[in-house]
Design a protein around this ligand. Sequence first.
Ligand code: ZN
Length: 402
Amino acid sequence: MTIAIHHVRLIDGTGTVHERATVLVRGSKISAVGPSRTLTIPKGARRVNGRGLTILPGLIDCHVHLCLGGEADVVGTLESEHPSLTLLKSASHAKATLDAGFTTVRDVGARDHSIFALQQAIDSGLLPGPRIVGAGLAICMIGGHARFIGQEVEGTEQVRQAVREQIAAGAGVIKVIASGGVLTPNTSPDTAQMTMEELSAAVDAARQAERKVAAHAHGASGMRNAILAGVRSIEHATLLDEDAGTLMKRYGVYMVPTLSALATTAACRPSCGIPESALEKAKAMTKRHKNSFKSAHQGGISIAMGTDAGTPFNHHGENAQELERMVALGMTPMEAIVASTAAAARLIGIHDSVGTLTRGKEADLVVLQGNPLQRIDVLRDRDKILGVMRGGRFVCGPLSLA
Ligand SMILES: [Zn+2]
């Protein structure tokens, strides 16, 4: 059966808006897009009157951790809970993400390979959730940041082995840790981690399997190492300097800002339960993080949206808060939407199938009441999300009940 959404405001993901458009969905794909006055709706189609509504591509979050639950002490929680409980929680987080209009996520660090079992369960229709492109375990140095969701390695041979193990388990992307972090005690965000040789070995082993590498880096020295090693994206890019910014632009490396991660942590009071060391680090870096984002945006560095959902008080299902933060720091609402659709799909390497609403693409889309180009925060208002479609089926919102 064909589904026809007609007379709708269409934000197609490329940066263009079309008023009074019609979108036809047949099977799992978009079969036609065009002006409502000329595009014929086939007989027997299910019609959705789009007047007053906006349709946009299913949103893409390029940086989540489905295994983390947004608790104040995520490291302590993972250490004390059974892996099976973590997996059940991950499934619930996946559903919350889909309900929020996010039809694809890149999961850049999980406690174990059960993330790939969740991915299979979702792809087969057993459980509701977004498409997952997962990294499995993040690859870090011995004693390095993110080891609670990572595999610790020493030397290039172990790096290659760890990369291949993630790919063999189902990884669609490889995550490396190129600097210290906020949540791991006794690591400094400003200090580089893993050597140039190790990072290069990771990129090389990933390339052999046609996978891209995402590098966690707060400090500029870690960013530089990762960029020169050939990674595809810098996650956080908190303390960006001019040199690292120039390199990112020259090599077309994406910034995935994760503004929500530092902001939600830094907004907490000392008694909130976040370990003191993490709170101090986040508070010290927030302002510089905002400046890094602004200079990257003004300097024309490619930006793809990511929240780091799962970190303290940065909850799954609240992912659209990141668009509000990006707009508050100078992006237009349209730029924030492109960063969360077409640009995100390009970063992940799935732009041939998702990220834009054009003929032949997978029918992943969101139907909203109101206009996010005027008020970006409608994306976070659940009452305004009338339907989330994944692969041609409305999977949540009132339109899924019809
Ligand atoms: Zn992260």
